[in-house]
Design a protein around this ligand. Sequence first.
Ligand code: 26Q
Length: 804
Amino acid sequence: MIAITSKQFKDDYVKMFEQVYAYNYQEGTRREQFEVLGSLIKKYYMKDWKKTIEAYKENKEKQVYYFSMEFLPGRMLKSNLWNLGLTSVVATGLAELGLDLDEVAEGEVDPALGNGGLGRLASCFMDSIASNGLSGHGNGIRYRYGLFKQKFIDGYQIELPENWLRNGNVWEVRKENKAVIVRFGGNVVMEQDEAGNLYPRYEHTRNILAVPYDTPQVGFRNGNMNNLRLWSAEIPYGEEYLFRTEEERDEVKQITEVLYPDDSNYEGRRLRIKQEYFFSSAGVQSIIRYFKTLEEDWSLFPDKIAIHINDTHPALVVPELMRILLDEEGLSWEQAWEITKKTISYTNHTILQEAMERWNIEMIQSLLPRIYQIIEEINRRHIEKKIPLYGEELTYRTAILQDGQVHMANLAIIGSHSVNGVARLHTDILMEQTLRDFYIMYPNKFNNKTNGITHRRWIHIANPGLTRLLDDVIGEEWKSNPDELKLLKAFANDKEILKRIEEVKLANKKRFAAYVKEEKGIEIDPTAIFDVQIKRLHAYKRQLLNVLHILDRYNQLKDQPDMTMPKRVFIFGAKAAPSYHYAKQIIKLINAVAELVNNDQEMKDQIKVVFVENYGVSLAELIIPAADVSEQISLAGKEASGTSNMKLMANGALTMATMDGANIEIHEAVGNENMYVFGLSNEEVQSYYENHTYHSRNLYEGNPRLKRVLNMLIDGSIPGLHDEGQDIFDSLIKFNDEYFLLKDFDSYLQAQRHVDQDYLDREKWNKMALMNIAQSGRFSADYTIQRYAEEIWLLHPRVAEAKS
Ligand code: 26Q
């Protein structure tokens, strides 16, 4: 633990600033003030980091490595201070220097090295792994450019490069001494050694240097410091002459240049698979190097190392680990395969067929000839072994190589000992439908691990008002053991506490309203219902259903201006994949509806629509504590889990939800009386698909209120639209509404009416909010990680539980 007085902190800060900039901290920009603060904190924790590394080497403890193409850590200053227990010393010290911690913290860039849920989950997990006292590390890519910056021009999404490293990154440490070589291309020739054994020799390969940048992951007040290792591609030292043309040099740089912005639509780009192999190979190589320092027998590898793959993006760790064990360490196929399977585990994050990774065989063959040979052999042995047991038909459906493609999920499942889904319904669908053949073959590999979130970032840091209230009312133990939030239930009828919950919410809403005023020039009333939908833009997530509700409400208010219902502010945050035309059209529609509604004098501020630009972790921290209603309205069966649903409930928002993903478990936790459930069930959706009995046009023709809303898309009622209105209308009527918006429209409106009624009864509302906060403990990523550790990784805490 770091013991420091605020006096010493102040001295250190003032001195360090001058040493870095040769002028006084007061003259520094906010970014410079942050940078020096970050560097100082880093200096304070370096000793702990070193201690942790030495301890795990000494005790030869098992390590888990979480391989993920994406990490979305958010700004790290406050979370590092918080976990180190330095927040109040630093805040006080800065205040005495005339600086404000919140303001200085804004000087940090938010590294957007991920698309959405999957990347943010990886970062919540890193926080929980460290906080649970486990030895576990992240392995990923240090993208030069993160997810694009979103701007709206004339209501359309424009993408700008996210140059997050422009001013350097204080937290990372470049470790040249840990660099490794990753090979691409060339060919493989089999040769015989003296003993007559065949071994592969690689010829004419392109060798790329992978340089790691390490960032410590600080555990919550337990002195535990893990490592997030992100790899950068470079030309190997001394081999510059081999990269003669600008193109050849550029090709190397390209590998880690930019994050792919598509999050659910798979496109077989060569550069993408290069990225995947690059960080998978570099990660496995560095693990092998570490294992060798232990001087243990290879058979003990799975007792010392667990490798977890976040979706199939790192699935090439399977053949890569095999390659090293076979070709470089001389193990037999059987030994290597045993080790590989016992070491690797895999999480699936999607059931959408179009998002499943498949790569052309020729591409893999030319880019990774040896890896392809190994995949072929894995596939051959799999089929040979399974046909006698399961017959040809089923076995061939589970093949890794099918119709000219490498099926990455199949590779991940066959090459690992555990496959998990991310919410109960999702896992059930995997077992019963998507991965059914595999479930028949390997029933014991399958398990569920419902996602979780770290309350440290999403409550302690994002919502200090609520944190103080909780500390006051139920003590501080909930911080280390979030299940203790349940103690709040005893106050469900305590008028004073309910009032305080309302006050905290109001203050957060004012904070967000000020941001909206500043950024968008829109005035919003903090006493209105803040109705929030924040997530990637996707047809299946049904932002469009939300829009249909807004348009209907607009019509109702036009017809009956004196209608009494609480004011509402509809808040959206969403990026669309640049190539996802339909999603971008919805963005334009939302912005056009915002223009219409916000500027209509007759609306008298009854409804407002705010679409924040460039939604990401930092904006989430501002919006979530200010939310009253959490929109989780995906078509049942499509959203694997969702995690904003958990963050929002933990901050006292009430969930408007379909029975999908983790919404089902939220419902189980809070009950019907504290949540708004509507819409088709998964079974109903399935039966529509199977029987082809859905006809959206009939619903359109048969429901005047719905028809009126839909007609607005095409009759010029919404100014500023070009083709969007017609295209969206066609998707719903001509192309039969793939995601059943029209079917769920009525029940959605009805659930929204209940929201209006309940909100007017302030006490009732506040009580529901309290129940949601109180039941959010079970969604702590600390518990999720505990289950991963006990049931998949077989890993035990290195240090004692956190002390608050
Ligand atoms: C794959 C191949 C080529 C290019 C890109 C990709 C790619 C990239 C990102 C595919 C998928 C993703 C991200 C998926 C994702 O974020 N899924 C979400 O994961 C969350 C955490 O488990 C769940 O809560 C969400 O339900 C799920 O949508």
